[in-house]
Every structure is written in structure tokens, then in C-alpha cells.
Ligand binder design. Structure first.
Ligand code: ADP
Ligand code: MG
Length: 323
């Protein structure tokens, strides 16, 4: 069982950034409005994610760390219908199988917080203390018991850059949540959590890498687009500053990218990859269920239609912008 847990963990938890993604998504699913992410040494020494979400009831703690105990889906068809980010019920189990976890949590109906330490997937000790409602999970010594995986990790600075990308994307796709990101005890950024995406873009990218931001806010028959597009000021012509979120999940999709770029280039006769942060909302049934949702790449049942609608939306938003 221990071995099975470790092997299965490898699929979900590839590196420290996977842990950060899973923990923060849990915080989002728990309704948090403030999430703090702290990492040390590229997340290899520790990762701590604290939130003010609904917390975990004492009786549910053990279950939360059991594989599939919380799975919300029964078949592939359900995958895109769920509204929460988590659905497999195996992230916490996987994390606990390959690291040392400390959890402090409090629900609003009890007066005290519960703290547990989990090692080798089992609860080691439990204590009670004062705490505010929410959950804080510290993950230490990642892959301490899987040396082959540990060896596979890149340098702390490289691992940190993977984490930073994940945290940035989570902040960009959730402007209604305040994110605080700390690396090696230094504050990297804080977002306000007031729902204003443009402010999040300022906080994360500053003003040096884009100009002339245009707001995108448009609905067509099957899609709604919200976000910003602008000129990239980066000398290198690459797609590093383009993010697409479909129904809140960070994804990559050539059709959407091409539609945005083509519309932008043709309208503004700029022959460079634009900067953009675009949220696309679509009925989950129009997403091709044969593509696994844990992969960043997705397909739509009618790619042509999505292309046309995105293209038209971007064009209209550029035309309607008041200069
Ligand atoms: P999943 O997110 O797929 O359900 P996880 O292993 O990530 O599975 O989490 C297991 C369960 O633990 C969640 O379904 C949730 O009930 C609980 N949980 C995990 N993290 C938090 C959190 N930060 N706040 C409240 N509940 C949490
Ligand atoms: Mg989860």
C-alpha cells in the first residue's frame, strides 16, 4: 500500500510546483478569499499554503488524506462538469506519501484549531490550539523517501521559477482572491483580491513588458471572453506573456492562441506576438472529453466555431476601444 501510494503520487506530484498547484486549488475550492504561499529553497525545503477558507472538520481530516476518498467524479463525462478545481481526491494523499505534512485547520463552528502531523501517509500526532477559520498546510522534505525523484529535481532557482509561474497564473485567473507570495522569506507580490484583473496584471508584470492594454469583454453564441490584450514590449518575440484560462483552469490551446493573435495582428498591423491574459468561459459540454483535464492542453468539440467566435470578439473589442 505504501508502495502503491508512492507510485501513484509520482503521477500527480512531479515536482514542488505540483504541490503548490494542488494546495492552492484546494484553498480556492474551500472558498478562500485570502491565500498565502510561502516557499523556501524552490519548495524543496518547505512549501506552506495558508487560507481563510472553510477549513476541514476534525472528523474529516483522515479522510482528506486518503486516496479517492473524496473523488467527485464517476466517469470521464463528468470531468468538465464539475465546478471545483479538485476532483480526483488524491492530491493530499499523494503529497503525504512523499513528504512530511503538517496541517492546521479550523472550521467556523468550533472554537479551536486542530493540528496534525502526517508521515508516511498516517497521522502521527494531533493537538488543539487557537486558530482562525481556515487551513494551513506545510509540506517539508519533498521526496525524502523517493531518492530517484529527488535526484530528478532541478536547481532550487529553477524549481522556484516553476512555482512562480503557477502562482502567477492562479492569481491572474482569480482576481477576486488576494494572493500573497513569499519566497525565501521575501515578499514577491500581493494581489488585492478586489476582482480587478488589470490590477493583478500590474502587480505581477509591472508596466515594463506591455503597453496599450485593451480590455476584452465580449460574448458570442458559445463563448464569453474576459481579459486584456496589449503590445508586448519584450524584445524577444515569444509567447511567454500569454495566458489562457478556460472556465478558470490554465490551459494551452492553439486554436484560441491563433484566433487572438490573428485578430490582433490584422487589426493593428503589428507583426509581433501580443501580450494577453484571456479568460474564456464555455459550456463544459463543448469541451472534448477525450482530452484528460489534468493535461494543460484541451480541445473543443467544434474548434472552428471557437476560432471564429474568439477572432470576432477580439476584433470587436479592438474596434470598440476608445483611444
Ligand atoms: P480533491 O481536491 O480532488 O477533492 P484533495 O486530495 O486535493 O482532493 O483534497 C481532499 C479533500 O480535503 C478535499 O476534497 C477537501 O474536502 C479537503 N481539503 C483539502 N484542502 C483543503 C483546504 N485548504 N480547505 C478545506 N478543505 C480542504
Ligand atoms: Mg484538490
Amino acid at each position: 500500500n505504501d508502495l502503491i501510494n508512492k507510485i501513484a503520487a509520482g503521477e500527480v506530484i512531479e515536482r514542488p510546483s505540483s504541490i503548490v498547484k494542488e494546495l492552492v486549488e484546494n484553498s480556492i475550492d474551500a472558498g478562500a478569499t485570502e491565500i498565502t504561499i510561502e516557499i523556501e529553497n524552490g519548495g524543496i525545503t518547505y512549501i506552506k499554503v495558508s487560507d481563510n477558507g472553510k477549513g476541514i472538520h476534525e472528523d474529516d481530516i483522515e479522510k482528506a488524506f486518503m486516496r479517492h476518498a473524496t473523488s467527485k467524479i464517476k466517469n470521464e463525462q463528468d470531468l468538465f462538469k464539475i465546478t471545483s478545481l479538485g476532483f480526483r481526491g488524491e492530491a493530499l494523499a499523494s503529497i503525504a506519501a512523499i513528504s512530511k505534512v503538517e496541517l492546521t485547520t479550523k472550521t467556523k463552528d468550533v472554537e479551536y484549531g486542530v493540528k496534525v502531523n502526517i508521515e508516511n501517509g498516517t497521522i502521527k500526532n494531533k493537538s488543539y490550539s487557537g486558530a482562525t477559520t481556515g487551513t494551513s498546510i506545510t509540506v517539508r522534505d519533498i521526496f525524502y523517501n523517493v531518492p530517484a525523484r529527488l535526484k530528478f529535481l532541478k536547481s532550487p532557482s529553477r524549481e522556484q521559477s516553476y512555482i512562480t509561474e503557477i502562482v502567477e497564473n492562479l492569481a491572474l485567473s482569480n482576481p477576486q482572491i488576494s494572493f500573497k507570495y513569499i519566497t525565501n522569506k521575501k515578499l514577491v507580490f500581493v494581489t488585492k483580491g478586489d476582482g480587478n484583473l488589470k490590477n493583478v496584471i500590474y502587480v505581477i508584470y509591472g508596466k515594463n513588458i506591455y503597453e496599450n492594454l485593451i480590455e476584452v469583454n465580449c460574448s458570442k453564441e458559445t463563448i464569453t471572453l474576459k481579459g486584456f490584450i496589449g503590445n508586448s514590449k519584450i524584445e524577444k518575440n515569444n509567447r511567454n506573456y500569454q495566458s489562457i484560462f478556460v472556465n478558470g483552469r490554465y490551459i494551452k490551446n492553439k486554436t484560441i492562441t491563433a484566433a487572438i493573435e490573428n485578430a490582433y495582428k490584422s487589426m493593428l498591423s503589428i507583426n509581433k506576438f501580443p501580450f494577453f491574459i484571456i479568460n474564456l468561459f464555455i459550456n463544459p459540454e463543448l469541451i472534448d472529453v477525450n482530452v484528460h483535464p489534468t493535461k494543460a492542453e484541451i480541445k473543443f468539440s467544434d474548434e472552428q466555431k471557437v476560432f471564429k467566435e474568439v477572432y470576432t470578439c477580439i476584433k470587436e473589442c479592438i474596434i470598440n476601444k476608445d483611444y
